[in-house]
Design a protein around this ligand. Structure first.
Ligand code: FAD
Ligand code: DLZ
Length: 508
C-alpha cells in the first residue's frame, strides 16, 4: 500500500514535514496546478506564473532526489479543478492507504481537507507547516490569558527563543527595538540597489505563455523576474544582505515616485513559497551585524519583520479563524473604487503604488499600509472588498498573511485586536515621507476646495465619524485635540467635501 503525500503550491520548503513522515521507496507525492486555485480571486498573472514555475522546478528536484511524484499540469488534457478532484483521481486508481499533508495556509482549505476522511474512507494525517517558527499551539500558549496581543511582546519572546540578537538574557545593543531610527525620508542618497533580477528560464517562459494565453488574470507579465528556485532565492537573499540591508532600517518608511523597492528586500514571495527558510534568513542578517557589515537598527528592524510581524500575523490568523474574515467593526460600507484595479487616478501616491502593483505584483510595506491601505481606511471601504483586492494583486499574497494585515492592521475592522489605533494619516504624512506630493495635481496643504488633497478631508471626516470609538484612545488624544479646535462651520465643510469625494470617487 502507498501513502499519498500532498504538497501544496506554496509549501515548497526543503524541510517539509512530509519528507520525514514518508518513504521515497514506497510512497507517492502529489502536486498539481489547479483551476480553482488559479481563480479563487483574480490573481496577478505574475503570482500564478511564479507559483507554477516554482512548483515545476520543485517537482523536478524531488524526482531527481528519488521521490515518486505525480505532477498535474494546468495544460494537461484532463485539468483538475480542485485538490479534492485531484486526490480523488489518485485514490480511484486504488492502492492508497492514507493521505498525508501539512497544515495549509488558508481556512477554506482546512474546510475542504477536513471532509476527506469521510469522503474517501481513508485516514488523513495533518503535519505541521514547517515554513514557520511558531506553530498555532505555541502562539495560543503565548496569547491565552493576555488582555492585549501586542506584537512587540511576542517578538521579544521569539528573539529569546531563537537566540537572535541577544546579549546574554537581554537584547543586543541594550534595546529591543530601534524603530525610532527607522523613519527617514529618502532624498536620492545613498543610491538604491535594485533587488536581484532573474531572467525567466525555459520552464518559466512556458508558464508565462500559459498564463498569458489561458488564465484570466490581473496585472502585467512583461517584467516578471522573480526567483523561482531555492538556489535563485538564496542568491536574492545574499544580494539583499550584502548590498541592501545596511540601509533597510533608515529608509524603511520612505516613499518615492521612481523607486518601487527603495531598500526593501522583495523576499516575501520566496519566503511564503518556502523557497527561503525564515530562521536562516534572520541568521544571515544577524551575521551581517556581527561582522560589522550592517548596522543594528537595520538588522533588528529586518529581523523584527520576520520573526515578529510575519509569525505574529500568522498566529492571529489561526487564532481568529474562522470568522475573522467577516468582521467590520467600523461598519464601513463604501465600494472599492474601480481605479484600485486600473491605476487610473490622478492622486500621485495612489497612482504610483497601483502602477507598481500592476507591473511588478509588488508594492512595499509603506505603500500598502499608508497609501492604498490608509486611503481605503479613510474612505470607509467594506473590509471584505479591500481584502479581496490585496489577496489578488501581490505575488506574496495568501489569506494567512493578507487578511490580518488588511482587515486588522489597515482597516481596524477587528476592533483593535491587532493594532491599538488605526493607522489613519492625512496627506501631510505622505508628503513628509517622500516626493509624491511634489508631483501631484492635488494640493497637499489644502483640505477644502477642488484642488485639495483628498486624503485631508477624508482624514478629518474619519476622525469625526468615529469620534465615539476613538476619542478616548490615549494614542489619539492629539488628533482629537485638533478636531476639537475646529469651528462647527469647518466641521460641516469638511464633511461636505468628504461626501463629495465619496460621491465622485471614480473621477479622482
Ligand atoms: P521588507 O519590507 O523587506 O520586509 C522583510 C520581510 O518581513 C518581508 O519579506 C516579509 O516576509 C516580512 N514582513 C514585513 N512586514 C510584514 C507583515 N506586516 N506581515 C507579514 N510579514 C511581514 N505580506 C505578505 O507576505 N503577503 C501579503 O499578502 C501581505 N499583505 C499585506 C497587506 C497589507 C494591507 C499590508 C499593510 C501589508 C501586507 N504584507 C503582506 C506585509 C508587507 O507589506 C510585505 O510582507 C512586504 O511589503 C513584502 O516586501 P519585502 O519582501 O520587500 O518586505
Ligand atoms: C495561489 C495558488 C495558485 C494560484 N495556484 C495553485 C495551484 O495550482 N496549486 C496549488 O497547489 N496551489 C496553488 N496556489 C496556492 C494555494 O492556493 C495555497 O496552498 C493556498 O493559498 C494556501 O496558502
Amino acid at each position: 500500500m502507498t501513502r499519498l503525500g500532498l504538497i501544496l503550491g506554496d509549501q515548497l520548503n526543503k524541510n517539509h514535514a512530509l519528507f520525514d513522515a514518508l518513504d521515497p521507496g514506497s510512497d507517492l507525492l502529489l502536486m498539481g496546478e489547479l483551476s480553482d486555485e488559479a481563480s479563487y480571486v483574480w490573481h496577478h498573472g505574475q503570482k500564478i506564473a511564479l507559483i507554477f514555475a516554482a512548483m515545476r522546478h520543485h517537482a523536478e528536484s524531488l524526482a531527481r532526489a528519488g521521490w515518486s511524484i505525480r505532477y498535474r499540469r494546468y495544460d494537461d488534457e484532463t485539468r483538475f479543478a480542485s485538490f479534492s478532484d485531484m486526490v480523488a483521481a489518485e485514490i480511484d486508481k486504488g492502492d492508497i492507504s492514507e493521505i498525508v499533508l501539512a497544515w495549509p495556509g488558508e481556512q477554506r482549505l482546512v474546510e475542504e481537507f477536513s471532509g476527506w476522511e469521510k469522503r474517501f474512507g481513508l485516514p488523513v494525517t495533518w503535519l505541521e507547516d514547517t515554513r514557520f517558527l511558531c506553530q498555532p499551539d505555541a502562539f495560543e500558549r503565548w496569547a491565552s490569558g493576555r488582555k492585549q496581543l501586542r506584537m512587540e511582546y511576542f517578538y521579544r519572546e521569539m528573539r529569546k527563543r531563537h537566540d537572535l540578537l541577544m546579549d546574554g538574557t537581554g537584547p543586543a545593543g541594550g534595546a529591543w527595538n530601534y524603530d525610532k531610527a527607522n523613519r527617514k525620508p529618502w532624498k536620492g542618497e545613498p543610491a538604491v540597489v535594485a533587488p536581484m533580477s532573474f531572467t525567466p528560464d525555459d520552464t518559466t517562459r512556458e508558464v508565462l505563455d500559459l498564463v498569458e494565453n489561458s488564465i484570466d488574470h490581473f496585472g502585467e507579465l512583461e517584467e516578471f523576474d522573480w526567483p523561482v528556485t531555492h538556489a535563485q532565492a538564496e542568491r536574492a537573499l545574499s544580494h539583499f544582505i550584502n548590498r541592501v540591508l545596511p540601509n533597510f532600517g533608515d529608509y524603511q518608511d520612505a516613499l518615492d515616485d521612481d523607486e518601487p523597492y527603495l531598500f526593501h528586500a522583495r523576499l516575501s514571495a520566496a519566503l511564503n513559497l518556502g523557497l527561503l527558510d525564515p530562521l536562516e534568513v534572520c541568521r544571515r542578517a544577524e551575521q551581517a551585524w556581527q561582522s560589522g557589515d550592517a548596522p543594528l537598527n537595520a538588522v533588528e528592524g529586518f529581523i523584527r519583520q520576520i520573526i515578529g510581524w510575519r509569525e505574529y500575523i500568522r498566529g492571529i490568523y489561526w487564532r481568529e479563524m474562522p470568522g475573522y474574515d467577516e468582521r467590520n467593526a467600523l461598519n464601513e460600507n463604501q465600494s472599492l473604487p474601480s481605479w484600485y484595479w486600473s491605476g487610473e487616478t490622478r492622486m500621485r501616491c495612489l497612482e504610483k503604488a497601483i502602477d507598481s502593483t500592476r507591473r511588478l505584483a509588488y508594492a512595499h510595506h509603506i505603500q500598502r499600509l499608508m497609501v492604498t491601505g490608509n486611503f481605503a481606511l479613510l474612505l470607509g471601504i467594506v473590509p471584505q472588498e479591500i481584502c479581496e483586492w490585496y489577496l489578488a494583486v501581490y505575488a506574496d499574497a495568501y489569506d494567512w498573511v493578507e487578511l490580518p494585515n488588511t482587515l486588522g492592521m489597515v482597516m481596524h475592522a477587528d476592533g483593535g485586536l491587532l493594532a491599538s489605533k488605526p493607522y489613519a494619516a492625512s496627506g501631510k504624512y505622505i508628503q513628509r515621507m517622500g516626493n509624491h506630493c511634489a508631483n501631484c495635481p492635488y494640493q497637499v496643504k489644502d483640505t477644502l476646495g477642488d484642488k485639495a488633497c483628498p486624503f485631508n478631508a477624508l482624514y478629518w471626516d474619519f476622525l469625526i465619524r468615529h469620534r465615539q470609538r476613538f476619542s478616548r484612545n490615549p494614542r489619539m488624544g492629539m488628533m482629537y485635540k485638533n478636531v476639537d479646535r475646529m469651528s462647527q462651520d469647518r466641521v460641516d465643510a469638511i464633511q461636505e467635501r468628504a461626501a463629495w469625494i465619496k460621491d465622485n470617487i471614480e473621477t479622482l
